[in-house]
Design a protein around this ligand. Structure first.
Ligand code: SAH
Length: 247
């Protein structure tokens, strides 16, 4: 049957008419799911208040979480799960982090509008997009070349023109764009990479999961004082895919 002829097309037209206004009202088909995800993040924040020392994350960060279309950062067959408050597989044995963890890490970084940020572990580029909503520039490095490539395409298609993706080993940072106000590491490291400490601006903040692969890891907040002195504190236990590379 050709498009536009017969009773089936009438049914299709009726379905389109019905779907139209509802979709227009909510902005996109996933607006409600996204709002529910932000609520779930708020609930997990309350549940973990003892670890993180606060009952709510910054409204600026929560607003950014409410804007980024997470369903477009997961594989097409998982889109309907895109707003669950859980990590999801993105291929190559890697994962997109749990929304709560992305929100918490972003909040700990205290992003400001003029900041320049570095991310180790682009993955789906969801964390990079959340940061891009909040700072001036994001430089992100991914060690799996096809993931770096698809991330760059996705960010361009969504209009995130303040994010630059590179394929490579993020352990060494990105000296050409250093120093950074913010550094976020989204793969579990056995130690804090010295090149990243060196590329952190005085007054800057880094969030990084440190510990053994697949065993206990702790999210660490590393701060560099205006005098260059470095302090760090453990926030909460987490589980990230391991940092790889030949460094
Ligand atoms: N921030 C990502 C989460 C990605 S999971 C997101 O929002 O989706 C961690 C990513 O770190 C994986 O894609 C993995 O390939 C990458 N990775 C691991 N070791 C790396 C290294 N040394 N340099 C750069 N990327 C690395």
């Amino acid at each position: 049957m050709r498009w536009g002829s017969g009773p089936l097309s009438l049914l299709v037209a009726a379905a389109l008419l019905l779907a139209g206004p509802a979709a227009a009202e909510s902005g996109d088909d996933y607006a409600q799911a996204r709002a529910d995800m932000v609520r779930a993040v708020a609930e997990t924040t309350e549940e973990t208040a003892e670890w993180i020392g606060k009952t709510a994350l910054s409204p600026r960060v929560m607003d950014a979480m409410g804007r980024v279309p997470r369903h477009l950062f997961v594989p097409p067959d998982l889109q309907d799960m895109g707003y669950l408050n859980r990590p999801l597989p993105i291929g190559y044995g890697q994962t997109i982090s749990q929304p709560y963890i992305v929100a918490l890490m972003t909040d700990l970084l205290e992003p400001e509008a003029g900041d320049v940020a570095f991310e180790l572990g682009t993955g789906s580029s969801y964390q990079a997009a959340v940061l891009a909503e909040l700072v001036a520039e994001v430089y992100t490095v991914e060690i799996v070349p096809p993931l770096a490539e698809s991330a760059a395409e996705r960010l361009a298609a969504l209009g995130y023109d303040n994010v630059t993706v590179r394929a490579g080993d993020g352990y060494f940072g990105w000296p050409e764009h250093a120093p950074f106000d913010i550094i976020v590491v989204t793969a579990a490291a056995s130690h804090v990479p010295p090149p990243l400490v060196a590329q952190l601006k005085p007054g800057g903040r880094m969030v990084i999961p440190v510990g053994s692969p697949f065993l206990t890891q702790h999210l660490l907040l590393v701060e560099k004082g205006e005098d260059g002195g470095v302090t760090s504190r453990q926030i909460l236990p987490v589980l990230f895919v391991p940092l790889t590379g030949g460094h």
